[in-house]
Design a protein around this ligand. Structure first.
Ligand code: HEM
Length: 508
């Protein structure tokens, strides 16, 4: 019996030890391959971490606390530090000089892996998520759509949609009720972006419970959750918890909606090509962003049908959420700073003189003080609080060699709070952006729209959409709910993130 057991032991011992040796060998190869990267990354300053886990537990906290924590670590370790998320390093940059090295480069334009969570919705080649190889051609192709002349024709849309929003806010605020302004704003920006991008109205303001509108909001929440909760990033966990099925059903709604619009608009586009200018009986529709894409995809050229769909989905996402968050925080700051609010009213009254007409490009140019308030809102609460890149090659910053393939996070939220560029950084002070006060500022010290070749293609339409929002008369002056400040989460959604509760009163 004892002899038999020894023979069995021997049988298991051989494959067991082979497996162990193989594992040890794999670990050795893994260690050997990473040793240069680990040595270089560990030269950077940063908070101490645990073996294998690194700083993963430190960052596994509520997002509300993550932004102040990031600022605290920045103060302790300087404008560039490393953290280890398990065995993966992350280099966090919150200094203008350091950010410039990455953002101004034509080489480091590859987005980090977190942007991959957008792929099921926005595809892999859309401008926002495109990899470094496909991006330059796509950007060149789409840039003409953002020409000033194209954008001017959208001012009427922005005006019409904002008048509707003000009306709806007014109804909700009747009797001095507190209102969460965010849902009103986000449905308004969604209506505006869909009309300018797809050339059709989705009526999110009148029908906020429509399947498409709900799918857009829910899909954004899912992506944000995945970006922030480390274990949800694993496909198996994501699927096991039922999120995979939810995502599939949302994608079905989102994609079939945009495909149907593309199809309808293509039919119109082809009819117009066929009948040309002779067809005076037909009213020429306003040129939408989608029409430009259809031109590129006519006869199967440059863009495929699915690429057109991806770009449309992308612009709906990139264009409405960022803008809604910015308006949300702007209103909050106006409520908190009545003296600034009064100056904004004064400026708008001097331009519109009681009329409720739409703003012109000239009007927008003369809104100097209002524009500075918007800039200051985006400094304190940037709609995109961090930007992720992966290094395409080794780069040296401040004497530190950072190896190829490292993920870099440009942390705008902290970068905009650099006291050497913005003294008393937590203070709301629109005059920081007066020419005399900003002349000596580093060009990368204020980057709400990112900077360099891969900056925001939509910063111009945003400025126009935003500034045409507060109509001159019948406007509602807001006052924030004192004593209960909302927390910055760098995100939005029906979870109450970034919600701003305001008591609104009609201007006489
Ligand atoms: C407050 C308003 C906005 C802010 C703060 C903002 C901010 C940004 C930032 C920081 C980026 C760079 C992201 C990165 O590199 O990861 C970006 C990219 C982009 N934005 Fe915006 N954005 C705004 C409005 C818009 C609008 C209105 C549109 C479209 C109409 C738009 C379309 C895009 C696109 C397509 C990209 C990708 C550009 C590329 O990779 O070439 N954005 N935006």
């Amino acid at each position: 019996m004892a002899g038999k057991m020894r023979a069995d032991d021997g049988r298991w011992w051989v494959p067991g030890s082979v497996t162990l040796s193989l594992l040890a060998l794999l670990m050795l190869v893994w260690y050997w391959r990473r040793r240069r990267m680990v040595r270089l990354i560990n030269k950077l300053p940063g908070p101490p971490g645990l073996p294998l886990l690194g700083n993963a537990l430190d960052v596994n906290i509520d997002i509300v606390d993550l932004f102040p924590l990031g600022c605290l670590v920045t103060r302790e370790f300087g404008p560039m530090f490393k953290v280890w998320l398990g065995t993966t390093p992350l280099v966090v940059i919150s200094g203008a000089k350091q950010a410039e090295v990455i953002l101004s480069s034509q080489k480091h334009i590859q987005k980090s892996h977190q942007y991959g969570f957008f792929h099921p919705w926005l595809g892999t080649t859309g401008l926002f998520v495109a990899n470094a190889e496909t991006w330059p051609q796509r950007r060149k192709l789409l840039t003409p759509a953002f020409h000033l002349k194209v954008l001017e024709q959208f001012l009427e849309v922005f005006h019409r949609q904002s008048v509707k929003m003000v009306q709806k806010l007014g109804e909700a605020a009747e009797g001095g009720k507190l209102v969460d302004v965010f849902p009103f704003i986000t449905n308004c920006t969604l209506d505006a972006i869909c009309e300018t991008t797809m050339g059709c109205s989705i009526n999110a303001q009148d029908d906020p419970e429509s399947e498409y509108v709900e799918a857009v909001h829910r899909m954004q929440q899912l992506i944000q959750q995945r970006m922030l909760i480390v274990w949800l990033q694993l496909d198996v966990v994501f699927k096991a918890l039922g999120y995979g099925k939810q995502q599939e059903s949302l994608l079905k709604t989102l994609h079939s909606f945009t495909r149907a619009i593309v199809k309808k608009r293509r039919k119109l586009f082809e009819e117009q090509r066929r009948y040309g200018a002779d067809n005076t009986a037909r009213k020429k529709p306003r040129l939408a962003f989608l029409d430009l894409l259809l031109e590129y995809s006519a006869d199967g050229a440059v863009l495929s049908e699915e690429s057109v769909r991806e770009e449309v989905d992308l612009f709906v996402f990139a264009g409405h959420d960022t803008t809604a968050v910015a308006i949300n925080w702007f209103l909050y700051l106006m409520g908190r700073h009545p003296e600034a609010q009064a100056k904004v009213h004064e400026e708008l009254d001097s331009i519109f003189k009681g009329s409720d007409r739409a703003a012109t490009v000239e009007d927008l140019r003369s809104m100097r003080y209002t524009e500075n308030c918007i800039k200051e809102a985006l400094r304190l609460f940037p709609s995109v609080p961090y930007i992720g890149r992966v290094l395409k090659e080794d780069v040296t910053i401040d004497g530190y060699l950072i190896p190829k393939d490292t993920t870099i996070f440009i942390f705008n939220y902290a970068l905009h709070r650099d006291a050497s560029e913005f003294p008393d950084p937590e203070k709301f002070d629109p005059d920081r952006f007066l020419p005399e006060n900003s002349a000596n500022r580093h060009p990368f010290s204020y980057i709400p729209f990112s900077a360099g070749p891969r900056n925001c293609i939509g910063s111009d339409p945003f400025k126009r959409e935003f500034s045409s929002r507060p109509p001159a008369s019948g406007a509602w002056g807001g006052g924030g709910k004192r004593g209960d400040d909302p927390s910055f989460r760098g995100g939005v959604g029906e979870t109450g993130w970034d919600s701003v509760w305001a008591r609104l009163s009609k201007r006489m």
